[in-house]
Structure formats: structure tokens, C-alpha cells
Unconditional design. Structure first.
Length: 244
């Protein structure tokens, strides 16, 4: 006689909820993303080849580079808020520049800084990330052995940015603390340099000398991009401080 099934038990294959399932439902970071992160750390050049040959999912093996990068940016944005925001960007302004802003806002310095910081914390990471991509993509397209076109160039660029950003995420809190800001930026710069060398060997460069030269150039371009990115970030912060 067959024992009746207990209707309270879920069907086979649905009786467990893994951490990966929960992460995918909650923040869109599941098993596919975890595998992508692992391979970005261990064999980034092979992942790039998969993206170039197999499309934006690497033939179904990996998360889309842009989607993963946006997730990483979201984590960094959360770190900004937890570390108290970006008020140090405006606190360095001399009195002759900040005083007219306070007068225009009609509020105290603390209130102005709080409103400005809220807006800058919101836009800092996405604007900076956008500038990184815009400054990097033309170089990576130029240096690639294939004629990638812009679509694959930006796919390669976001993979490069992922390889750069992933190891920095655990240290992200230090980048928003005044005491560790300086050396954490040096670490971030070193990660960018290393990311290019690890991703691009055999594709963006052949000899070690060419690799170091191009890594230096693209790292310099990204440092310059942060300067350009700071302009709209500061403008948004000032507008938020006055109008917020």
C-alpha cells in the first residue's frame, strides 16, 4: 500500500532555499554572480574571452558585466552611507567659497552640509563609474586585436571594471574614512593597474613592457576621469545644499 504523500512537504527540488536563492531574490546576486566573481578573481582573461565569444552572458556561464558592475556600485554606495557620506568633499572649500553658498541657502553650515552630502552620496558612485567607462572604453577598443565595435568594447570595459572593483569592495569602507582615504586610494589605483594586466594579456598587450605602459596609461586616464566626475558631483551637492 502506497503511503500518501504529506501535502505539507514541498515538491522534490523545492524543499530547500539556499543562500544563493535568497541573495538572488533580494538583491539579484545569486549563484551565477558568485561564479562570475570567483572567475573574475581567478581567471579574468578567460572570462573576457567568454564575453567576447559567447555574448553578454559568456554563453550562459556568467552574469552580464554591466549588471554585475551596477551591483558592486550599489554595495559601494551602501558603504558610503554607513561611513557617514561624502561631506569631506565640500568641507575642504575655503570660507570665501563656502560662505556665499551658505548665504544663498539661508541655512546653517551643518544643515547645508547635511543636504549636500545626501545628494553627493547618492550620485558619487554612479557618476564616477560612468566616467571610468567612458574614459576606458576607447582605449580598450583601440588596443584589442579584434575590431570589437562599441557594444563589445563597453562589455569588455565593464568586465575590466569588475575585475578592478571586486577585490576593492571589502576595503571600500576605508575609502570613505578620512584617516585611511589617502592610502586606500593608492590601493585602488594599484588594483586598477593589476586588473588591466590580468585581464588583457594576449589581447590588449603581448609583451610585459607594452602591458606596463598601457596599464599606466589607462590607470592615468581613470585618475583623470575622477577629476572630471567631481565637477558634476560637486555641482549636484551644492544644488542639493541650497535647494534641499
Amino acid at each position: 500500500m502506497t503511503r500518501p504523500s504529506d501535502s505539507s512537504e514541498p515538491p522534490t527540488g523545492e524543499n530547500t532555499r539556499t543562500l544563493s536563492d535568497i541573495g538572488e531574490d533580494a538583491i539579484g546576486f545569486g549563484q551565477l554572480e558568485l561564479r562570475t566573481v570567483k572567475d573574475c578573481l581567478l581567471r579574468p582573461a578567460a572570462v573576457l574571452q567568454a564575453y567576447m565569444v559567447g555574448g553578454p552572458t559568456g554563453g550562459g556561464d556568467y552574469a552580464r558585466p554591466l549588471r554585475l558592475y551596477l551591483t558592486l556600485c550599489g554595495i559601494l554606495m551602501l558603504q558610503i552611507f554607513l561611513m557617514g557620506g561624502t561631506s569631506t568633499m565640500l568641507e575642504g572649500l575655503p570660507p570665501e567659497e563656502i560662505d556665499p553658498l551658505l548665504e544663498a541657502a539661508g541655512k546653517s553650515r551643518d544643515a547645508f552640509m547635511a543636504d549636500a552630502d545626501s545628494w553627493m552620496s547618492l550620485v558619487l558612485v554612479p557618476i564616477t563609474a560612468g566616467f571610468y567607462a567612458v574614459f576606458s572604453a576607447p582605449l580598450l577598443r583601440w588596443w584589442d586585436k579584434e575590431d570589437l565595435g562599441w557594444r563589445r568594447s563597453f562589455r569588455a570595459t565593464f568586465h575590466f571594471l569588475n575585475v578592478w572593483t571586486i577585490p576593492f569592495v571589502p576595503l571600500g569602507f576605508l575609502a570613505y574614512h578620512p584617516a585611511s582615504l589617502g592610502w586606500s586610494m593608492l590601493v585602488m589605483t594599484a588594483f586598477a593597474f593589476a586588473a588591466f594586466l590580468r585581464v588583457g594579456k594576449g589581447r590588449w598587450y603581448e609583451s610585459p613592457l607594452a602591458g606596463f605602459g598601457k596599464a599606466t596609461l589607462i590607470t592615468l586616464f581613470n585618475l583623470i576621469s575622477t577629476f572630471f566626475a567631481s565637477v558634476p558631483i560637486m555641482a549636484i551637492g551644492v544644488a542639493g545644499g541650497i535647494l534641499g
